[in-house]
Design a protein around this ligand. Structure first.
Ligand code: CDP
Ligand code: CDP
Length: 210
């Protein structure tokens, strides 16, 4: 079925994990739109530009598919850089076109911040996935370091970084992070990734039985 499913939410909520597994279960392509913003920030830094003050439009227009496949996109400098260039309207416009082209042909599960509000406001189903900042910070820590015990100070610093990025994403003028009115809210503090997938699949099957 040619469905467009939007998955939005704050940092480290499990959007990508849900979108990837949902796409696999439904036989749809998956696009992690955060990688687009991360790849633009990385290219700017490599070119000697500062994502916090330089114009990222040309870099966004020149982005190549292989730029999204780098394994160095998930580092703190790029977390911050992506969030900075994501405030620039021309960067968002350049990336909007790519996101729409990706999903229009065969449907897709797409995760990000503004998929259900701006990129695909008419998506067939929208999920807004969230959890408390402390839980999300621990998830990100374990994703990067395995299940080794996390120092309280390290966790507090990671929580503060995540909260600062969420604030910046939610307070920007263009395409801020927010739950679409018709999105299904999934609060995941006490749900593991399997439980979130099972719930999301049950929503899809109720709305689109076949
Ligand atoms: O894409 P986003 O930044 O929202 O988060 P993610 O990279 O999909 O997930 C962050 C980490 O949380 C991953 O290691 C997941 O396995 C884990 N996790 C999850 O995705 N969902 C849960 N309900 C619990 C943990
Ligand atoms: O995985 P995590 O949730 O930490 O971040 P991400 O989804 O890779 O997104 C990185 C940054 O890109 C976010 O903090 C946003 O500033 C920006 N972004 C956005 O503005 N719009 C999107 N659709 C996706 C990401």
């Amino acid at each position: 079925m040619r469905l467009i499913i939007a998955v939005d939410g704050p940092a480290a909520a499990g959007k990508g994990t849900l979108a990837k597994s949902l796409a696999a279960a439904l036989g749809l392509p998956h696009l992690d739109t955060g990688l687009l913003y991360r790849a633009v920030a990385r290219q700017m830094i490599l070119s000697g530009l500062d994502p916090a003050c330089d114009d990222g439009e040309q870099t966004a227009q020149a982005l190549q598919p292989e730029d999204l496949l780098r394994d160095d996109l998930r580092v703190p400098e790029i977390d911050r850089g992506a969030s900075s260039i994501a405030t620039q309207p021309p960067v968002r416009s350049a990336l909007l076109k790519r996101q729409r082209e990706f999903a229009t042909a065969s449907g897709a599960v797409i995760d990000g911040r503004d998929i259900g509000t701006v990129v695909f406001p008419d998506a067939d189903i929208k999920f807004f996935v969230t959890a408390s900042a402390g839980v999300r910070a621990l998830r990100r820590y374990q994703q990067l370091n395995g299940s080794e015990a996390c120092d309280k100070a390290v966790l507090a610093a990671l929580t503060a970084e995540i909260e600062a990025r969420d604030r910046k994403d939610a307070e920007r003028a263009v395409s801020p992070l927010r739950q679409a009115e018709d999105a299904v809210l999934v609060e995941t503090d006490s749900m593991d990734a399997e439980a979130v997938l099972a719930y999301a699949l049950s929503v899809v099957r109720v709305r689109f039985p076949s």
